[in-house]
Ligand binder design. Structure first.
Ligand SMILES: NC(=O)c1ccc[n+]([C@@H]2O[C@H](COP(=O)([O-])OP(=O)(O)OC[C@H]3O[C@@H](n4cnc5c(N)ncnc54)[C@H](O)[C@@H]3O)[C@@H](O)[C@H]2O)c1
Length: 322
């Protein structure tokens, strides 16, 4: 059995560590947020009070943090991972960060005698819960192979993308495609609705037609169609709008560096900016459906600009109505 040290027990880190515990491993976890820590404790994670305690005796240390700045702080702080962990531990960052931060983690880890891999994930909270995440791994062949074994209890597929930062490069491209597809699912769902189509029937048609996508399958922004969609729960985040904006901006920055034109990604960024400007940064990114709706509301949304009471029915109620 493996001893995991885990920093960042939020929407993703919570269910990921629960799967490690379920597979019989020991997980020591740390999060600044008491609520996140308490939820992880309820699912079998040993909660400790510092990074040093998290990494003590760990075979492998995972970070699952919001942004590059958090990863740099947790690794490089005075009492951070590099200062307190044993070089015996393999270091794995599964956060979605910029390529520069990931390269910094590779370089500094190597300079301090650690093995490090970037191993971001795709599959959302639902994939984290069901241990079906796709992991994309970047690093030396030896460290990557070692990481694959530790990742296995949380993953549906693990693909070694190549050398340092290739996992994060793949993740940035993938998520740009996801958020463009989310715009398509948002606009398609609203147009179908206004054209009088039954939402369930249209979703089934799109599912077997060329409008099909992961966003359409998993985050469809109409209540009562897909259980994993935030539209069933008043857009409580499975993927926060500010994190979606971060990811699409990472792609746009990479586009500037490489000279690739990313007009659709720019549109997605603008939609997330609008949510953030409205004070909705911590709501689910699929709330961009508001901007497709003719009345500025969103199906299943009770917040400002919500259209009408019948749009707030629960998933079960919606099914009954039909
Ligand atoms: N939510 C998704 O669907 C999804 C899917 C794939 C990848 N990701 C990526 O995974 C990462 C985590 O996403 P999430 O949705 O779990 O975010 P989240 O905000 O729900 O969780 C992050 C956690 O990190 C904690 N944290 C922040 N700074 C810390 C510090 N210094 N020390 C200890 N804990 C700290 C926060 O308190 C929070 O609980 C992000 O990079 C995100 O882009 C998210």
């Amino acid at each position: 059995m493996t001893t995991y040290g885990w920093i960042g027990l939020g929407n993703m880190g919570g269910p990921m560590t629960a799967n490690l515990v379920a597979a019989g491993h020991t997980v020591r976890g740390f999060d600044l947020d008491a609520g996140a820590a308490a939820e992880a404790a309820a699912r079998g994670v040993d909660i400790v009070g510092s990074i040093a305690e998290t990494v003590a005796g760990a075979d492998v240390v995972f970070t699952m943090l919001p942004k590059g700045e958090h990863v740099r702080a947790v690794y490089g702080g005075e009492d951070g991972i590099w200062a307190t962990a044993d070089t015996r531990a393999l270091l794995v960052d599964s956060s979605t960060v910029d390529i520069e931060t990931s390269q910094h983690c590779h370089d500094t880890s190597a300079a301090r005698g650690f093995r490090f891999v970037d191993a971001p994930v795709s599959g959302g909270v639902s994939g984290a819960e069901t241990a079906t995440l796709a992991f994309m791994v970047g690093g030396s062949p030896e460290a990557s192979e070692e990481a694959v074994g530790h990742i296995e209890p949380m993953a549906g597929r693990t693909i070694v993308a190549g050398g340092e930062t290739t996992g994060i490069a793949a993740k940035i491209c993938n998520n740009m495609m996801l958020f463009i597809n989310l715009m398509a699912a948002s606009e398609g769902s609203q147009l179908a609705d206004r054209l009088g189509l039954d939402p369930q029937v249209f979703w089934e048609i799109a599912s077997v037609s060329s409008g099909h996508s992961w966003a359409q399958q998993t985050w469809y922004p109409m209540p009562g169609i897909v259980d994993s969609a935030a539209s069933n729960r008043n857009y409580d985040a499975t993927f926060r709008a500010d994190l979606a904006r971060k990811d699409v901006t990472l792609a746009l920055d990479a586009g500037v560096l490489t000279g690739v034109s990313l007009e659709a990604a720019r549109l997605a960024q603008r939609q997330f900016d609008r949510l953030i400007d409205e004070g909705l940064a911590d709501k689910d990114c699929s709330l961009i459906v508001k901007y497709a709706s003719p009345d500025g509301g969103a199906p299943g949304w009770t917040g400002a600009g919500s259209a009408s009471a019948e749009r707030t029915l629960s998933a079960a109620e919606m099914k009954e109505v039909r």
